[in-house]
Design a protein around this ligand. Sequence first.
Ligand code: NAP
Length: 215
Amino acid sequence: MKIGIFGTGGMAAALGGAWTTAGHDVVIGGRSQERAERTAGLISAAGHGSIADAARHGDAILVAVPAAEAPHLVGFLAGSLAGRTVIDCTNSLVPTDEGLMLNLGGATSVARQLAAAAPDAHVVKAFNLCHTSVWTLRPPTFENVPLAVPYCADHPAAAAATETLISSIGCTPAPCGGLARAAYLEATAALAIGLWWAGGQPRAAFPSQAEVSHP
Ligand SMILES: NC(=O)c1ccc[n+]([C@@H]2O[C@H](COP(=O)([O-])OP(=O)(O)OC[C@H]3O[C@@H](n4cnc5c(N)ncnc54)[C@H](OP(=O)(O)O)[C@@H]3O)[C@@H](O)[C@H]2O)c1
């Protein structure tokens, strides 16, 4: 698949590297050509360029910039993103005295902000729950179980493209409903990352169905 990545940082390198290894055609797009070239070189991506170049290249786009910057960026490129799968991996989190909190300025989710900024793009929420280091595993498997990657999508073709991108790196797609439910994925990130920071084990809070008894 042709993938354009907005951003040249940790997530761009980690997920871009996983997709390049899986044989996808990845172009890294950055506001600094030096950083775009460096990240593309690190992961042996097919190419690099501006963020607009990445938007033109990708049948699927990964938005891997800070959440606060993402709506403006996606809105600016809305014309190029029409009909494309736009995957939002961002988390808008802020540490507070009460713990890690979402910072959405009244919006329900960053994903809905992106969908509003580019109404003809097919926005998907995915890949926001795990740290960059997880995406560098080949494959991301824990205790012999492939990592499940929850995603929320409204558009069937975008959901199918996201499932391909998840499966191709050895993970299991976990469909979680439409984009209205992206808010739950973003809140889950706040809760899980907050627990990790506090030394807890969010994973231990979710036993499998087989492990719990049903009345
Ligand atoms: N790090 C993680 O483990 C992780 C896990 C899940 C989700 N996420 C989410 O993924 C997103 C990216 O995280 P990251 O760790 O990759 O961050 P990062 O390493 O700091 O990289 C951020 C990238 O965004 C670019 N950028 C910042 N503002 C921009 C703007 N206005 N226009 C264009 N590009 C801009 C930066 O470009 P410059 O280099 O030019 O500043 C950089 O390439 C974030 O929303 C984060 O919440 C991160």
